[in-house]
Design a protein. Sequence first.
Length: 264
Amino acid sequence: MTQITQTTSSTEHLTPATLGAYVDGELSPNERQVVQQHLTSCHVCTLRVLSATQLKDATAHAGHRFAPPPEALARLTASLNAQQQTKKNAKMYSIRPMAWAAIAAAILLAVSLVGWRAVHQTNTLSAELLDQHLATLSSGATPQVISTDRHTVKPWFQGRLPFSFNLPDLEALPPDTTLKGADLTYFNGQPAALLLFTIHKHEVSVFLIQRATATILTALPKTRAGFTIHSATTSDLCIIAVSDVNPADLDLLVASLVQTQSPR
């Protein structure tokens, strides 16, 4: 592997390819030793490795979640055998029991794959949210727009997003909540506004995306790796907040953002 780390805002972190290879056990002993040495001093990369490991475990678990029990296939085969006996004089081609069992197994496998894909996509999205939030906690991270003034932050996004949104004024924010700034980002392949707040000195990342592109977000987990994930929708937007602050305080911030959006 030619490149272990990448430099972002003067801070070195593991590249996505290196992180994935480390979690999957695909690195050489020397490369693995380099990564382990990096993890001892990099909190952000350590959390990303933990998140990727949890996602891998959840995906493996989901793959076995819908496995049909043997007795279910046995009952189905017996039922089909009985039906075949009653129709043996009919002018039709009989299907052997093993074929019926194969059809049933194929149907159950299809159902299993649908369930696995939903679980996998949900875990991938929550990992993406957490990764972006952790990136904002890096000592070298600097927002693209730094301001506590909503009249500065909101206009900055004009022409950069295919949608608009409103920000609450200072009096409408929950107690001890401060707007720090914002970034233009992408989430689930769609452009998004990333608003940065603090609540009682806890960092909060709030993602705003178009509601039409966020149908799966209703299945997001409430927590991941010790962080709370809270989402809400308006007529046009989906609002997702990530933080380690008290969940009740995070709910108040999301509620104030929802209330500020004007119906269209």
